[in-house]
Structures are given as structure tokens and as C-alpha cells.
Design a protein around this ligand. Structure first.
Ligand SMILES: [Cu+2]
Length: 120
């Protein structure tokens, strides 16, 4: 498994921050992302943005499947991590560690770069 371009988008610290990345499954078996956690976030939810009756809504999802040799894209308007309570270490320009959790019990940690509202 590899994580490409991991980043958090911080609007203001009192609001949840979105986490975006591309997850590559380089193995011969499908894997399922079931959650994430971070000391920088309080808690993290898996979300999917969907248009419902012309309004974009964020819905919680239990898991995200990644096929063998496939990818899952976490981006604005789609799947993303939701850092519910950004902590003081969540500072623009810094990296924060995010632990990704999988259905088989394995975890991996990636350093997410914290960006401002416009992605700088
Ligand atoms: Cu969200």
C-alpha cells in the first residue's frame, strides 16, 4: 500500500478539516479501508460527498474498498477523511501523522501536509 500526495485542508481550527490523498493497493488482494485516527484530530470520520437534490452533502461511510492493484481517490467532492477536531499541532505548512486502518487489522501511518483553505 502506498499513499500519494497526502494533505489536510484546514479552514479554521474550530471546523473539521478534510483529508485528501490517493491510496494505491500494490498487492494481489483487495483491501478495505475502515477508518483513520490521529493525535492531531480528536477523531477522524470517513466521509463521502454526494449531491442530493442539487445540494452537496457529506455522508459518513463505514469503509472504502480498494481492488487488487487498484487505487482509491480521496478528493473534494468524493471520499475524504474528516478530521473532526483539529488540535494545536494542525498548523499550515506542518505535517501531521495520520494512521489509516484496514479491515485485516493492519495499519499504516502517513504524514499529511497541512494546507490552508485554497490549498496553498
Ligand atoms: Cu466530510
Amino acid at each position: 500500500m502506498t499513499v500519494e500526495n497526502p494533505r489536510m485542508r484546514l479552514i479554521i481550527k474550530s471546523r473539521p478539516a478534510g483529508g485528501y490523498f490517493v491510496l494505491h493497493n500494490n498487492t494481489d488482494a483487495p483491501v478495505t479501508l475502515t477508518g483513520a485516527s490521529s493525535i492531531a484530530c480528536g477523531s477522524i470520520m470517513l466521509h463521502q460527498s454526494k449531491e442530493v437534490n442539487g445540494v452537496e452533502k457529506m455522508l459518513p461511510v463505514k469503509s472504502v474498498p480498494i481492488p487488487a492493484h487498484g487505487t482509491a481517490v480521496f478528493q473534494t467532492g468524493g471520499y475524504h477523511l474528516m478530521c473532526m477536531k483539529p488540535q494545536s499541532t494542525m498548523t499550515i505548512g506542518q505535517d501531521v501523522p495520520i494512521v489509516l486502518k484496514f479491515a485485516d487489522g493492519k495499519t499504516m501511518t502517513a504524514q499529511f501536509r497541512v494546507e490552508g483553505p485554497s490549498g496553498q
